[in-house]
Design a protein around this ligand. Structure first.
Ligand code: 13P
Length: 283
């Protein structure tokens, strides 16, 4: 059923490609990402922020929906269900509900809390992502100024035994401003050197130019998070449908019709990313 992200990330790191982490918001999102992963024969990570978990009704609902979709749609590629930017309480609750992977941001707690979450995750065979250096921009009310992580701090956290490490390298959530300086590859190289074999995670995957994505993967990034880009393509396709007056024609107001262009747009975005990240046919 759901798998830990550990193995897929080790394979990705060794094969020099990255696994896409796509945030989901509802049934259409989950279905679009799962079907695209199946069609491209790619392993995939479904990301759920605490806000999105609440929106969907709660973590148990999310687990039930995703596991049932995997079964009903015969999804035959590895799928990890991952808590994105988790608090201590959020990590415990999602582990309890049946998530197969969690991200824990321990920066607001003592290091003991990170150790505790690692221990629980280990016992349950769940993968764990830690974050060093805040990732800029705003996501679901979590606001980060955007810092470049300190390699020695990354080393310290990596040595605790996390399965993947998100380190800030000038990346931010949401759209990049016109004057964005790009990813800091010097910092990425130093972080990689300090952390050894731990697969690195790049947040804020929306809008990073292709050459930078490829270079980041070549330097040790094995998981790339994408959220806003699917939201933008969903919104644009839905806007087009409504502005063309399609919802007013015949039964065009039926949600199965109204949401269809947005659904297809998410699929196209996910496919494009999977191909760019190099994870197609790696299931
Ligand atoms: P974007 O919304 O910029 O794609 O970032 C997603 C992300 O990093 C989720 O954790």
């Amino acid at each position: 059923m759901l798998v830990s992200a550990k193995e897929m990330l080790i394979k990705a790191r060794e094969g020099k490609y990255a696994i896409g982490h796509f945030n989901i918001n509802n049934l259409e999102w989950a279905k679009a990402v799962l079907l695209t992963a199946k069609e491209t024969n790619s392993p995939v990570i479904l990301g759920v922020s605490e806000g999105a978990g609440k929106y969907m009704g709660g973590y148990k609902t999310v687990v039930a929906m995703v596991t049932a979709l995997i079964e009903d749609l015969s999804i035959n590629v590895p799928v990890a269900l991952h808590l994105d930017h988790g608090s201590y309480e959020g990590a415990l609750k999602t582990i309890e509900a049946g998530f197969s992977s969690v991200m824990f941001d321990g920066s607001h707690y003592s290091i003991e809390k990170t150790k505790e979450i690692i221990r629980i995750a280990r016992e349950k065979g769940i993968s764990i992502e830690a974050e060093v250096g805040s990732i800029g921009g705003e996501e679901d009310g979590v606001i980060g100024a955007g810092e470049v992580a300190d390699p020695s701090e990354c080393k310290l956290i990596a040595e605790l035994g996390v399965d993947m490490l998100a380190a800030g390298i000038g990346n931010i959530h949401g759209k990049y401003p016109a004057n964005w300086k790009g990813l800091d590859f010097e910092a990425l190289t130093a972080i990689k050197k300090a952390t050894g074999d731990v697969p690195l995670v790049l947040h804020g995957g929306t809008g990073i130019p292709e050459d930078m994505i490829k270079r980041a993967i070549s330097l040790g990034v094995a998981k790339i998070n994408v959220n806003t880009e699917c939201q933008l393509s969903f919104a644009a396709a839905t806007r087009k449908y409504i502005e063309a007056g399609k919802d007013l024609e015949s039964k065009g107001f039926d949600p199965r019709k109204l949401l269809a262009p947005g659904f297809e747009a998410i699929k196209a975005t996910v496919k494009e990313k999977i191909e760019l990240f190099g994870s197609a046919n790696k299931a």
